[in-house]
Design a protein around this ligand. Structure first.
Ligand code: 3H9
Length: 693
């Protein structure tokens, strides 16, 4: 039963019981109506309390139902809410944990609300490309005021109930015994006989028109690629200007429209993809996690320092090892500076800075790592250096300690073989800056034990990362794919494009940064070093030579004041560089290529489909377990536009048949340039299937 029914001294208590977050799926909606009917039919019941559990009152409509027949089956959420609102006996919501989206809308349809002050209250639908579709845009402004409602609905960000205590939303905000307080309100309401309905409340604002005009301009500017925020605002405007029922109609129409948009579908894919990434096919709940209380980090450089900060932020003591005192002190000073910068911006208090710094145990000795439960190394990317580190770790680390390498390019199985305990070794590939970037690739070696992998994934969540499992291969998921993308970008320069055109096209598509601006930020010397290795290891792999020419000039990017673009001191703006343009044109001439005008569409297709094809190979090889894992890597770590859902989802939405046809077109005259379609892609395209089922 998804709703438990009981009575206590004349008060019916309906408890939502649909774990994990009391999503309002069909069963639960039916259960709610049944409970309501039973309470109304029972003459001994004088009032009704609806509650959830400590984790959640309700996380909202069941998102898994969207697009399925159940979503539209009666009783729908608006029907349920209307029934509670119409109830002849007072209904009180007792809120603990979460009241989000449809969950909050349900509570808004009741006559009174009581909340634990820590309960998270919000209408996050906009984050799924939607608007609150069960009366939230109409009732919430009536309950909390126009400005708070606009801010919360358009941003989707929840706030603790305590912050809304002064509004009309709650009758009581309590520190404990929420249910007890709700029963007390129920008794008072039953005694008074009044049935307070939010729909009858007025939206008071001295200048609603002016405020909405201002909000419209701000929202339009900030949400060019998302239709939902403006729709939220339009629905709220209807709440201000129209009778309640007309406003509800406007809201419902907008919801029906938004749920069909590609943006909403992509955002929902991202939501579920992120959660699915944490589920590993052969690891179930029977796998017990290893306990991690103390962390060791080897290397206090940019990467090691950033990695350490992740754990410090989550309250783990971190032993930070360096090879010499100077490097150690520099590393500590950088961490402190980063924290102090956060404090200056008001994100941390000075006590928090000291508390985090106080969790660091700086050391020059491997012996200090003997009690660590997890040790992450972030030392130089060379097997000999890794070998030295892992041999020493094998000697000092306690039994059962997890040994992680932050390598981005080396073979984790080979690294594991430097130890006598390869089952305890795995990769934890953080992205720079490691304390900021959400993505973490967790690299499962051949021998990695299940509990080691499961523990690393759980820790990733604890430190706020979006973790995706990758198998062992050169570049793992993200970098292996980006190499094909960068190659295409290079070939486009040879054929007629300039960096600024390629970047503009990709940024218009929605990437945070085009490939050349990205190269200038990351450092062109890094790609150069990889290509030099490739020339030896994979001589058949061709590249445009322009990137080498740019690097040979010492134009490594922002850090040298020049790269694909020119930079001015203290200014990160990328200015097109006549030197680079000339170099590109000369290169085309040397290759005997007659430069041609290249459309933005071709640029986007070639770069994105290069990602897609390599992604298909990764799936086929089992390096990535599912297409959504690849999408999450690109959404969380590579600036792929989230409203397009990641490269594999995007390919699905274009249609794999069309993607394959385009690839075959590009293959003509571009032999050997990554246009050998992956067999999986061909199979799916020809059978009318997609990557994401
Ligand atoms: C809506 O309400 C529309 C209405 O306005 C109109 C309707 C007509 N449904 O994130 P977690 C699952 S739109 C189904 O790892 P956390 C989630 O998939 C909805 N399932 O935990 C996962 O399942 P699994 C508006 C849901 O503690 C598990 O719960 N609401 C839903 O870090 C744990 O999730 C939202 O947009 C759901 N609504 O965070 C809220 N929510 O274990 C979206 C969660 O099988 N949800 N699940 O992988 C969230 O923001 C977070 O999940 C939440 C919990 C804060 C609730």
């Amino acid at each position: 039963m998804s709703v438990k029914y009981e009575t206590r001294e004349g008060v019916a208590i309906l408890t939502l019981q649909n774990p994990p977050v009391n999503g309002l799926g069909l069963d639960t909606r039916r259960g709610l109506l049944e409970g309501l009917t039973r309470a109304l039919d029972d003459v001994t019941v004088k009032a009704i309390v609806v509650t959830g559990g400590p984790r959640a009152f309700s996380g909202g409509a069941d998102i898994r139902e969207f697009g399925k027949p159940e979503a539209g089956m009666e009783p729908t959420l608006p029907t349920v809410i209307a029934a509670f609102e119409r109830s002849s006996k007072p209904v009180i919501a007792a809120i603990e944990g979460l009241a989000l989206g449809g969950g909050l809308e349900l509570a808004l349809g009741m006559h009174h609300r009581v909340a634990d002050k820590r309960a998270q209250i919000g209408l996050p639908e906009v984050k799924l490309g939607l608007l609150p579709g069960a009366g939230g845009t109409q009732r919430f402004p009536r309950a909390v005021g126009l400005e708070t409602a606009v801010n919360m609905i358009v941003s989707g960000t929840p706030v603790p109930a305590g912050k809304l205590a002064a509004t009309k939303l709650f009758d009581r905000v309590v520190e404990n015994d929420t249910l007890g307080a709700a029963i007390a309100v129920a008794n008072e309401a039953a005694a008074s006989g009044a049935l307070s309905k939010v729909r009858d409340w007025k939206i008071e604002h001295p200048n609603a028109e002016g405020f909405l005009g201002f909000a419209r301009t701000a929202v339009a500017a900030a949400s060019a690629n998302y239709p939902a925020p403006l729709k939220c605002l339009e629905a709220i405007e209807a709440a201000v200007k129209q009778p309640f029922d007309k406003g509800i109609d406007a809201e419902r129409e907008a919801f029906a429209l938004l749920i069909q948009t590609p943006e909403s579908k992509a955002l929902r894919h991202g939501f579920f993809g992120e959660r699915a990434a944490g589920k590993i096919a052969d690891i179930g709940p029977e796998v017990a996690l290893r306990e991690v209380k103390q962390v060791g980090v080897i290397g206090a450089g940019t990467m090691g320092g950033g990695i350490a900060m992740n754990f410090l932020n989550a309250g783990f003591p971190v032993t930070l090892l360096e090879s010499n005192q100077d490097a150690l002190e520099r590393g500590l000073a950088t961490i402190r500076k980063n924290y102090e910068n956060s404090a200056k911006k008001g994100k941390l208090t000075s006590e928090q800075v000291e508390q985090r710094m106080g969790l660091i145990v700086p050391t020059l000795s491997y012996d200090a790592l003997k009690d660590a439960d997890l040790i992450v190394e972030a030392v130089f990317e060379e097997y000999s250096v890794k070998q030295a580190v892992f041999t020493q770790l094998d000697a000092v680390a306690k039994q059962g300690a997890i040994l992680a390498s932050n390598t981005s390019t080396l073979d984790v199985d080979r690294i594991a073989a430097f130890t006598q305990r390869p089952q305890d070794v795995l990769g934890m590939h953080f992205f720079s800056p490691a304390n900021v970037m959400k993505l973490l690739e967790v690299v499962r070696g051949k021998a990695t034990a299940k509990d080691v992998l499961a523990t690393a994934m759980a820790l990733a969540k604890q430190i706020g990362k979006t973790a995706v499992v990758s198998g062992v291969c050169d570049g793992f998921i993200g970098n292996r794919m980006i190499e094909q993308y960068s190659r295409q970008a290079g070939f486009l320069l040879d054929e007629g494009a300039l960096p600024q055109q390629v970047d503009r096209a990709m940024e218009k598509f929605g990437f945070a940064m085009g490939p050349f601006r990205m190269g200038d930020l990351a450092g062109n010397d890094i790609g150069w070093a990889i290509r030099k290795r490739r020339y030896v290891e994979k001589p058949h792999m061709t590249y445009s030579k322009t990137a080498d020419r740019v690097a040979e000039l010492g134009r490594y990017g922002q850090k040298t004041g020049a790269g694909w673009y020119d930079y001015k001191a203290g200014d990160r703006t990328a200015y097109p560089s006549p030197i680079v343009d000339e170099l590109i044109e000369k290169n085309s001439k040397d290759l005997g290529i007659a430069r041609r005008a290249i459309s933005d569409e071709e640029i986007v297709e070639r770069l994105v489909y290069a990602l897609v094809n390599e992604g298909a190979y990764l799936l086929e090889e089992g390096i990535a377990a599912k297409a959504s894992d690849i999408d999450i890597v690109y959404l969380a770590g590579y600036g792929f536009p989230i409203w397009r859902g990641g490269p594999m989802f995007y390919a699905d939405s274009v249609g794999l048949y069309n993607v394959l046809a385009a690839m075959r077109r590009y293959a003509k005259g571009h032999e050997g340039q990554a246009w050998e379609p992956a067999p999986l892609l061909v199979k799916l395209a020809e059978s009318g299937n997609s990557f994401n089922p």
